[in-house]
Ligand binder design. Structure first.
Ligand SMILES: Nc1ncnc2c1ncn2[C@@H]1O[C@H](COP(=O)(O)OP(=O)(O)O)[C@@H](O)[C@H]1O
Ligand SMILES: [Mg+2]
Length: 279
């Protein structure tokens, strides 16, 4: 059986109307398919269309041309929007804009309450979601006392409490320190590997991109490159031409290869490099 497709974009183009009456094509003929259970990273320079693309994945934006399907449902049909937004939950950049309640558990309850679920079910979902992001001990805490990484984990719990099949993070770690970024990456990796939740992570950080199964690189509203990180990060010149860097370890591995040391393309992290050189 072939894996189930969770998101498909077919000939997706999107045009913004500017204040001066002009038009701007932010996405141009995007074709992609994401399978249930995949961990996908989306990279690209500022203004390349990453957020515009992400907003099509839960029907916050609708295509100017082409189609987007989420769980097989066409986002063009308004009667599908409620279901699509439960299937695909979004976490945004600024943690302070996403937490609405005065305690963590009330915040996580917000989505399930809007679904009109019975209170026992809501309580169960809160417990489960907070446990999955490692924040159970903080359930009675006030959100403003948390670190940035903890706030984003609560925002993720709020989405998880809706039992989505797909979690979309739009630069959700951009405002965090390295420790907070690590916490969020560890959390989404676990949700992906252990709970089977599809993850779409828009990011500037290479350590997040190398954790993905597949990478899409956007440039000027088009998919410039795609593939597993081991393949994409070998294409150094192309990456540089769209203004992106390669992960430092991939670069070092490239230099070592040039110096005659045999290394497989899978070397993208410190651990892998140490293993290759020392074992
Ligand atoms: N509401 C808008 N009106 C007009 N242009 C927009 C709007 N939002 C984004 N854009 C333009 O669309 C392009 C893509 O934006 P965006 O999807 O936010 O890119 P990214 O997330 O990769 O930085 C940018 O050039 C941006 O200026
Ligand atoms: Mg953006």
């Amino acid at each position: 059986m072939s894996p189930i497709e969770i998101i498909r974009a077919a000939g997706l183009s999107y045009k913004y109307y500017k204040d001066d009456g002009g038009e701007f094509w932010a996405l141009r003929d995007i074709n992609l398919s994401i399978k249930a259970g995949e961990f996908v990273a989306v990279l690209g320079p500022n203004g390349s269309g990453k957020s515009t693309l992400a907003k099509h994945f839960n029907a916050l934006l609708l295509p100017t041309c082409g189609e987007v399907f989420v769980g097989g449902l066409n986002t063009r049909k308004p009667e599908h929007h409620w279901q699509i937004r439960q299937l695909a939950g979004m976490v945004f950049q600024n943690p302070d804009n996403q937490i609405v309640a005065t305690t963590i558990e009330e915040d996580v309850a917000f989505g399930p309450e809007n679904l009109g679920l019975p209170s026992a079910e809501i309580r169960q979902r809160i417990e489960e979601a907070l446990a999955l992001v490692g924040m159970s001990a903080y359930r009675q805490h006030a959100p403003h006392l948390l670190s940035g990484g903890q706030k984003q984990r609560v925002a993720i719990a709020g989405v998880i409490a809706m039992r989505p099949q797909c979690l979309i993070l739009d630069e959700a770690t951009a405002m965090l320190d390295p420790r907070g970024r690590g916490e969020v990456l560890e959390t989404v990796t676990r949700l992906n590997k252990e709970e089977g939740i599809t993850v779409i992570m828009i990011t500037h950080f290479m350590e997040e991109a190398v954790a993905a199964d597949r990478i899409f690189i956007l440039d000027g509203g088009q998919i410039a490159m795609q593939g597993p990180p081991q393949e994409v990060f070998l294409r150094v010149a192309e990456l540089r031409s769209v203004g992106l860097d390669v992960p430092p370890i991939a670069e070092l591995a490239g230099e070592l290869r040039q110096a005659g040391i045999e290394l497989p393309p899978s070397v993208l992290t410190v651990e892998e490099l140490v293993k290759q050189l020392c074992c």
